[in-house]
Design a protein around this ligand. Structure first.
Ligand code: NAD
Ligand code: DAU
Length: 354
């Protein structure tokens, strides 16, 4: 079996659902259900004997040691993190606690467990750490995309905390020989994406007849990858990646934010036209920029293709259509996640920007 942390969040839940759709290898889920964690994301697995959900913190050393001892997973896949840049700007403390201290405690528990293994169990064990392209900093328009050897230049409290966790993972391999793998991925989108992030926020705001807040000039560039492609890349790295190595994962799909927003608008025009038949782009509003906003991320994903034969299956056109359709078909999920705390966050982040 494998232990997956952060499994009730956006990518973690997609990963667990896809894993159990493709194999019968059981999964232990560990998630402390922050605002971003949602048991409903895993509701399809209720009653499935292959899945065990544990409500707990990666920083709870006693709990993690007990889980490792009881279930002896062959791998730990670490998604657990605070993940939203804007929240890290408003309040960095939780990012330091989970992304740095939490990862450190998880590594310590895993190291102690791995030290006690023998033979093939020890040789085959893996710790896979899921990280981000944001650790590499920001690129100018004509600079080449990030490779795995690009220097770390994190610019937000979020990316700095992820960078610190990546360094700890690296050090546990170098110093203790822990068999680690690190992946650095670009922006994901798809089902179960919490509507604080660009694409789901634009979909839910458009449908609610609210403004579509584009930061600054909207010309910041990100590389976008459909979440299920990220999950397939992680499965591939877990299976065949070389320990101690880093693999960049991306969609070969750089786009300015404003183009993303316009694409979402035109899909909604087609799939759920406004009552007044006007285009959704009329709801776009340019608002004050994010502090320290990184201008461009771009991922060179040729190493994972060359060494492990992985490439994304979806294009942006196919992935974004599936995503918009998923939000239209899952209005109950959308209204559940838009709790009072969510509305407080929207007020905190957007009220001063107009
Ligand atoms: P998310 O915020 O949707 O989910 C994070 C999950 O981790 C939540 O379920 C939350 O409850 C859980 N969690 C937080 N703190 C925890 C703790 N201390 N102990 C246990 N569980 C905890 O995030 P996501 O978008 O699914 O991202 C998952 C991982 O992938 C993160 O490490 C993130 O840095 C990385 N990543 C995300 C993207 C992206 O575009 N979303 C891209 C590249 C890498
Ligand atoms: O690059 C990988 C990263 O992608 C992950 O590590 C992060 O966990 C994930 O949240 C994401 O970070 P971003 O900051 O790129 O994602 P976000 O959806 O918050 O913003 C995407 C872009 O859209 C960014 O340039 C900011 C802009 N934006 C965002 C919001 C929420 C807006 O213009 N308006 C908005 O309201």
């Amino acid at each position: 079996m494998i232990l997956v942390t952060g499994s009730a969040g956006f990518i973690g839940s997609n990963f667990v659902l896809d894993w159990l759709a493709q194999s019968d290898e059981p999964v232990i889920s560990l998630d402390n259900l922050t605002y971003a964690g949602n048991r409903a994301n895993l509701a399809n697995l209720d009653g499935d004997a292959r899945h065990t959900f544990v409500h707990g913190d990666i920083g709870d050393s006693v709990l993690v040691a007990e889980l490792l001892q009881r279930h002896t997973p062959r791998a730990v896949v670490n998604f657990a993190a605070e993940s939203h840049v804007d929240r890290s700007i408003h309040g960095p403390e939780d990012f330091i606690q989970t992304n740095i201290v939490g990862t450190f405690r998880l590594l310590e528990a895993v190291r102690a467990h791995w030290n006690g293994l023998t033979g093939d169990d020890k040789a085959d064990f893996r710790f896979l750490h899921v990280s981000t392209d944001e650790v590499y900093g920001s690129l100018a328009k004509d600079e080449p995309a990030f490779t795995e050897t690009h220097r770390y230049e994190p610019n937000s409290p979020y990316s700095a905390s992820k960078a610190a966790s990546d360094h700890l993972v690296r050090a546990y391999h170098h110093t203790y020989g822990l068999p680690v793998l690190t992946t650095n991925c670009s922006n994901n989108y798809g089902p179960f994406h919490f509507p604080e992030k660009l694409i789901p926020l634009m979909i839910v705001n458009a449908l609610a007849d609210k403004s579509l807040p584009v930061y600054g000039d909207g010309m910041q560039i990100r590389d976008w990858l459909y979440v299920k492609d990220h999950c397939s890349a992680i499965r591939r790295v877990l299976k065949a990646g070389r320990t101690g190595e880093v693999y960049n994962i991306g969609g070969w799909n750089e786009m300015p934010n404003i183009e993303i927003v316009k694409t979402v608008c035109s899909l909604l025009d087609e799939l759920r036209p406004r009552a007044d038949s006007k285009p959704y782009i009329e709801q776009i509003t340019y608002v004050a920029d994010r502090l320290g906003h990184d201008r461009r991320y771009a991922i060179d994903a040729s190493k994972i293709e060359r060494e492990l034969g992985w490439r994304p299956a979806e294009t942006f056109a196919t992935g974004i259509r599936k995503t918009v359709q998923w939000y239209l078909e899952n209005e109950a999920w959308v209204s559940t996640v838009q709790s009072g705390a969510y509305r407080d966050w929207v007020e905190t982040n957007y009220s001063q920007r107009a």
